[in-house]
Design a protein around this ligand. Structure first.
Ligand SMILES: [Zn+2]
Length: 255
């Protein structure tokens, strides 16, 4: 049987940030790049900056709590590029499970009252282009560590909105209006839902999804994203043209 050491010798793996060869124990990032990720530590704050960001959307949709793992910047953008555009969704699962572990190790109660995880749905056209929903892979990492189930059947993305990369906040709000539809409210009624996404800037996409979820009876909503973007532009969703995408039964079931 081949050992991990021997497999690493045959198929060397490299850190997605610095390019250094990874040791057998390291995954996706070397220990140094992982350690130096600019963590937000929002889960340690009473009200995180991300949470306050959502207050600007008004009282109609109160967000219980909101956390992000790290601040997105030029140095670490390759994590999200790999996740979204280079067909490496496992990096999202890995980073999310590491984040969940860190939250638990900090004795945070963040996950204690969450009932169900809803990854931000992808429109089917984008799903065909990419072949997977990156948010679902982030959700998988959280679920693996917390045992909280994932629900992909309750909310659908019904409009394939334009990329928001170069839009102002008010334009973004208009751009995401009505893009989601709650199709199975009974799956979410009475639950505290954790909406999960890979990255957020103004939170407009997440809020649009949260508003739709709130149509189910007696729900609470919290938010978790891998990254929080400040000034650094996120690569456009329109730029991902992935060749040879195979539509499988599994892909379609995630729509
Ligand atoms: Zn590195």
């Amino acid at each position: 049987m081949l050992t991990d050491d021997f497999l690493d010798f045959l198929f060397p793996r490299f850190c997605v940030i610095c390019g250094k060869r990874l040791s057998t124990q390291e995954k996706h990032l070397c220990l140094s790049c992982y350690t130096h990720l600019p963590r937000t530590n929002y889960h340690l704050a009473e009200h995180s900056e991300l949470e306050k960001n959502f207050w600007g959307w008004g009282k109609e949709m109160p967000i219980e709590k909101a956390v992000s793992f790290f601040m997105y910047n030029d140095a670490n953008k390759e994590i999200l590029i790999q996740l979204k555009y280079k067909r490496n969704p496992q990096i999202g699962t890995y980073m999310a499970s590491q984040f969940a572990k860190e939250i638990k190790n900090d004795n945070s109660t963040f996950f204690d009252d969450i009932d169900i995880i809803v990854p931000i749905p992808l429109h089917w056209m984008r799903m065909i282009k990419r072949s997977y929903n990156q948010s679902y892979y982030v959700a998988k990492g959280i679920s693996r560590e917390t045992r909280i189930p994932i629900c992909t059947k309750a909310v659908k993305r019904i409009l394939n909105n334009k990329s928001q990369t170069l839009m102002q906040r008010n334009e973004r709000q208009d751009n995401v209006k009505g893009i989601f539809r709650l199709v199975k409210p009974e799956l979410l009624a009475g639950k505290h839902i954790l909406i999960v996404d890979d990255v957020t800037t103004t939170g407009s996409t997440i809020m649009s999804c949260a508003k739709e979820i709130a149509k189910a009876q007696n729900t609470k909503v919290s938010i978790l994203t891998l990254a929080m973007a400040g000034q650094t532009l996120i690569p456009s969703d329109d730029s991902d043209i992935l060749p040879n995408v195979k539509i499988t039964k599994e892909v379609l079931s995630k729509l």
